[in-house]
Design a protein. Structure first.
Length: 554
């Protein structure tokens, strides 16, 4: 059952907070849902502030849990004006200046402002218990003394939230922020799966008491955005759109799980709603930019359309992005520009187009800050060069990928460096294949597979440009070895089900092995997931194999 089909069977949820009304596309939540468009969910922080400001203060914390940072900051600033002695308003404003789980990093100005707000919060603390310990978590991150490295700050913040949680284990907000902090550093843990499992357990305790708590719902989805956990708490995932039906990030977040399930219609519908809501959200000192949640939603739309073989719809979504000026100049914006352009050519095996994939575009962004996004473009170019015989492009791409990998590692961004290393190994594998080095090609790609499968997916992306196991299947197919190719495609489909090219590879490998029954099954799955209007060659191939002919667009 799709989310859109859920209707009256979706659980009804209470509403505790209201925000200024905004509109969102009707596909953003199930028909008939009764939740007001301006709902945010249930937060009651219990701050020792003037009673008159508690509603906007709780609204700010709800928005903070939704990671709607610009609107949250506005709410906290309103409280600071109305009750200058409210310590937690200053703390909340500081917390909007760094964004756990996102790839954006606070600049020097944001760090200085965060420390100023944290100190102001400390000056207005009214008790040395709960309120003081919340303020201490902000101080832990923004304190300029000691090691200024971003990840050292994050570890200090996580330790401070752990102390808060230990002191107040029954406090909903203490539990929520501690779970968030655990997830934020999970990729650096020896056992990230255990961290995700533990965080989900903490959040489940909150949800048992407050099913519409935005932090508990939101962070549960992040906890389950991990291989092997994607089927957990689907009722919670499906509730988020009703809890905050006009909030761009709330409309987007369930699709982290829908992507993992191969539920392409839901990915498209929910992200269209998210994009519409985000397009009107202005950020920057003077509101001069469109929030980077907009390109974030658009990439998920493009990704899903490509899995349906609907290249025209993917191109239309890209045009909507290109026609939107003034995007926030952030890591997310850089990543999505690079990734979308790369997906469009690589998913369609447009290798001539891949050779010319745009690099460091748009030029208005400071690309020196974004080695991983730039690497995505060079990966596309390198694969394009290998497939078209442009050896110079392959060499140039590998050199640049190695340089970008080193830069990410030197900056302390181990996860970014690992992602770039995967891209470099994939291009190197195809370079070896073209050179006739079968064993070298397989060795490099197997190394990429192993690295990808032990590296957690970053929340910025719906998934790799090409899953390494799918690419391994392509490599075996190119070598004329359908048995290993089918094994690789099967394993890839287990991790990332329903991808167009994985299903096509499975069908072709099965047919090559003489297993027409399996080939028919996989071709049928491909057609069932494809858009009715798709004219991609793989769709026409599937119709022909199944004896449906080529009726053209339906």
């Amino acid at each position: 059952m799709t989310f859109a089909q859920c209707g009256a069977r979706c659980p009804a949820v209470p509403v505790a907070l209201l925000v200024l009304a905004s509109t969102v596309a009707a596909c953003g939540r199930p028909p008939g849902a009764a939740t007001p468009e301006d709902a945010l969910g249930e937060v009651s922080f219990g701050a020792p502030c003037d009673e008159a400001v508690l509603e906007p203060l709780d609204r700010g914390f709800a928005l903070l849990h939704h990671m709607t940072y610009p609107a949250a900051q506005a709410s906290f600033e309103e409280v600071m004006e109305r009750d200058p002695d409210c310590a937690l308003a200053y703390w909340g404003a500081a917390m909007t200046l760094f964004q756990p789980l996102w790839p954006n990093r606070p600049d020097a100005q944001s760090l200085a402002r965060g420390w100023e707000l944290a100190r102001e919060a400390r000056r207005h603390v009214r008790d040395d218990g709960r309120e003081s310990m919340f303020v201490a978590t902000g101080e832990a991150f923004f304190d300029p003394d000691g090691n200024p490295d971003y990840w050292v700050r994050m570890e200090r913040w996580e330790a401070a939230t752990a102390a808060l949680y230990d002191a107040f284990p029954d406090d909903r907000e203490a539990r929520a922020f501690h779970a968030l902090a655990e997830l934020a550093i999970a990729s650096r843990a020896d056992d990230p799966a255990a961290v995700h499992r533990d965080a989900a357990g903490v959040l489940a305790g909150i949800l048992a008491e407050a099913p519409t708590h935005p932090g508990a719902v939101h962070y549960t989805i992040h906890a389950n955005d991990f291989t092997g956990r994607e089927h957990e708490s689907l009722d919670v995932v499906r509730s988020y759109g009703e809890i905050a039906p006009a909030n761009a990030h709330a409309l987007h977040m369930p699709t982290h799980i829908f992507v993992r399930l191969g539920a392409w219609d839901e990915v498209i519908d929910w992200n269209r709603g998210a994009a519409e809501a985000a397009r009107t959200q202005r950020v920057g000192a003077a509101g001069e930019y469109v929030w980077d949640e907009f390109p974030h939603a658009i990439e998920y739309v493009v990704y899903a359309h490509l899995q349906q073989g609907d290249d025209a719809a993917a191109a239309a979504a890209i045009r909507s992005l290109d026609a939107t000026p003034g995007l926030q100049p952030s890591f997310k914006t850089a990543f999505h520009h690079a990734s979308i352009a790369s997906r469009l050519v690589v998913e369609r095996a447009d290798w001539a187009g891949a050779v010319g994939a745009p690099v460091r575009a748009p030029s208005s962004l400071d690309w020196d800050l974004f080695p991983w996004p730039e690497a995505v473009s060079w990966h596309a170019r390198g694969l394009g060069g290998a497939h078209t015989g442009a050896d110079d492009v392959v060499v140039e791409s590998l050199d640049r990928l190695a340089e970008l990998e080193g830069r990410a590692a030197r900056s302390g961004e181990a996860l970014f460096a690992a992602q770039i290393e995967i891209l470099r190994l994939e291009v190197a594998a195809w370079q070896a294949l073209v050179a006739g080095d079968r064993s070298g090609a397989l060795e490099r790609l197997e190394e990429a597979v192993a690295l990808e499968e032990r590296t957690p997916k970053h929340p910025v992306t719906p998934g790799p440009t090409i899953p390494a196991r799918e690419l391994l299947g392509d490599l075996y197919a190119t070598l004329g070895e359908p048995g290993p190719a089918r094994d690789a495609y099967r394993a890839s489909n287990d991790r990332a089900p329903g991808r167009f090219n994985t299903l096509l590879g499975l069908a072709r490998a099965s047919a090559a092995l003489g297993d027409d029954g399996a080939a028919r099954e996989h071709y049928r799955a491909l057609l069932d997931g494809a858009a009715a209007s798709s004219t991609r060659p793989g769709v026409l191939e599937a119709r022909a194999f199944l004896g449906e002919g080529d009726p053209g667009p339906r």
